[in-house]
Structure formats: structure tokens, C-alpha cells
Design a protein around this ligand. Structure first.
Ligand code: UVW
Length: 305
């Protein structure tokens, strides 16, 4: 079995972005420098916008159990109001912040009593995370996005549960697409797992296992100085995983590299367009909602070509 701790130690970014006595809480989104954001704007050529968020509602992928799908409740419908000509509608949403398209904050996953950059696990309290919460990513996340369409590269509608994506396969797909990976890129890896869910609606199957990145991909993401990684599955990584520890890729990426993960994105329309015009890069923009001390945030990411 692969030792995720050894990989984590080797790839650690702890201390890398500490400045003037300030300990960093943003991690790899520090790769999104002003120069790279200016360069990323060059990927906008047609003005086509792709909405990569999945719908937030009762049709979501959460099965009965740990998390639930978002519930919308109307506080006002405009009925029975007496404000003259004006009527208004108001609403509430109840949802786990991890229930649909989302960023994982750097406080979302930890091990051995330490979060990213050595902050103690006790930073996470019943009132939220005092360190590495999602609002620390409020300035972004925006920059050059690159889609790596593994399902298309394999010539299948989707990869099956438990199928591992390796660094060699990432390289092969990138090269077949004619794409170049640059430092600071936000990479989106398409497995087709959401495509399958849209077809069969099987929540238990969607959540009980999945195809995804293997542990060796942590090094690939580190060496390419990727600022964030996204996927169309729910955990980025292959499940069951290759380590005896659950969510080993999460532990290395979030806690050791300081890399935020974008989960449950809808990459299908974008993937079709990239295959049609042969261009797999775009301007990517997905700011989190600034929930104070939260360990994740719903997002509606945009890819603009
Ligand atoms: C866990 O399930 C712990 O993580 P995520 O929602 O990031 O996949």
C-alpha cells in the first residue's frame, strides 16, 4: 500500500508562501499571480460562456445519509401582502456546503492533528474554522483553466468506479488534446462520472465509489504548479483508493500541498465544445461565497472561451 504520509512530506508546501511573519492560509491559489491572470484573459476569444455548476435542488446527487440535497423554502411568495402595488418573494436555502458543486476549503480535511501549514486541528471549532476557512480564498479563484478530458481520451462515455487515472495518462491526454499546462492553471479532469449520473440517476452508485485521480497524480499537480483541481465526480480521487487510508488524495492535496478541490462540476457541455474546436483552455472563474469560518462553499464556476 502507498504511504500517503511520505508523499505528503515530499510534496509539502508548508511555509512556501509565509510572508513577514504572516502564516499563509491560501495554499496553491498563491500561484494565481496578477501576471498569470492577465495572460489567462488571452484565452477569451469567442465570448462563449460555459456554466459548470450542477443544479442545486432536490434532483442533486446526495443519497439519504450524511448529506442532503439543497432544500429551497419560500419565506414570501407575494401572496397576502399589503405594500401597495409592490409584491415580493423571499427564500431560504438549507443545504450542506458540500452537497453540490463546491470548493473544499483547506480546513476541510486534515490528519495527525494538523491542517495545512501546520495549523492545529483545534483551529476547527463548533463555530467553524479559525484557520484556512473558505473565506480566505475570497479573491478568487480565477485564472487560466484547462480541461483534461480523460473519458474522451479513452473513447468511453465514462470511466467505471475504481478506475485510476495516472500521471502518464494525464500527460497522454494533454498531449493528444494539443494542450499545454502552465504554472497557475486550474485543471478540470473529466471522468464522465456526472454524465453517468445524469443518465441513470443512481445516487447510491454515484456516491459509493468513483473513478478518479490516483495518489501519484499529487506529484503531477505539484510539479506543474497547479493552483486548483476540479472534477465531475464527488471527491476528485479514485474510490476505493489505492491507500488503506480513506481519501488519501484529499489528505495530501489539501493538508500538505494546500490545494483546494472543486467537486461535482458539470464538464459535459464544455467538453463537447473543446472537442469541436480543439481548444481546451479558457478563462476560469469560480469565487467561493464568503461564509465566515466555513470549510467549503457552493460555486457556479464559469469557463469563458
Ligand atoms: C469528504 O467527503 C470528506 O470530502 P469531499 O466532500 O471533499 O469529497
Amino acid at each position: 500500500m502507498t504511504d500517503f504520509r511520505e508523499i505528503g512530506r515530499r510534496l509539502s508546501n508548508w511555509g512556501r508562501w509565509d510572508r513577514d511573519g504572516e502564516r499563509d492560509e491560501r495554499g496553491t491559489t498563491n500561484f494565481l499571480t496578477p501576471e498569470r491572470i492577465v495572460a489567462a484573459a488571452g484565452s477569451v476569444r469567442t465570448g462563449k460562456v460555459f456554466d459548470l455548476g450542477i443544479p442545486f435542488g432536490p434532483g442533486g446527487p446526495q443519497p439519504a445519509g450524511m448529506r442532503m440535497n439543497p432544500v429551497l423554502l419560500m419565506a414570501e411568495t407575494g401572496d397576502d401582502q399589503d405594500f401597495g402595488a409592490m409584491h415580493f418573494a423571499d427564500d431560504y436555502v438549507f443545504m450542506p456546503l458540500q452537497a453540490a458543486s463546491q470548493w473544499d476549503a483547506l480546513a476541510h480535511v486534515y490528519y495527525d492533528d494538523q491542517l495545512y501549514n501546520g495549523f492545529p486541528a483545534s483551529s476547527i471549532t463548533p463555530h467553524g474554522a479559525k484557520r484556512c476557512s473558505i473565506d480566505k480564498q475570497a479573491k478568487g479563484i480565477a485564472g487560466r483553466g484547462v480541461l483534461i478530458d480523460i473519458a474522451r481520451h479513452r473513447g468511453v462515455p465514462w470511466l467505471d468506479a475504481g478506475e485510476v487515472i495516472t500521471p502518464d495518462e494525464l500527460d497522454a491526454a494533454v498531449s493528444a488534446q494539443g494542450t499545454q499546462i502552465r504554472p497557475g492553471d486550474v485543471v478540470a479532469v473529466r471522468t464522465g462520472w456526472r454524465t453517468k449520473f445524469v443518465q441513470d440517476g443512481d445516487r447510491e452508485a454515484f456516491m459509493s465509489a468513483e473513478p478518479g485521480l490516483g495518489l501519484a497524480c499529487c506529484e503531477w499537480l505539484h510539479d506543474h504548479e497547479i493552483s486548483a483541481v476540479c472534477s465531475d465526480n464527488w471527491a476528485i480521487e479514485v474510490l476505493p483508493g489505492e491507500s488503506d487510508a480513506l481519501l488519501a488524495v484529499h489528505m495530501v492535496l489539501i493538508r500538505d500541498l494546500g490545494m483546494t478541490l472543486g467537486e461535482m462540476l458539470d464538464l459535459d457541455e464544455l467538453a463537447d465544445d473543446c472537442a469541436a474546436d480543439g481548444r481546451y483552455d479558457y478563462f476560469f472563474c469560480a469565487p467561493p461565497i464568503k461564509f465566515r469560518r466555513a470549510v467549503g462553499s457552493p460555486i457556479n464556476p464559469l469557463a469563458i472561451k
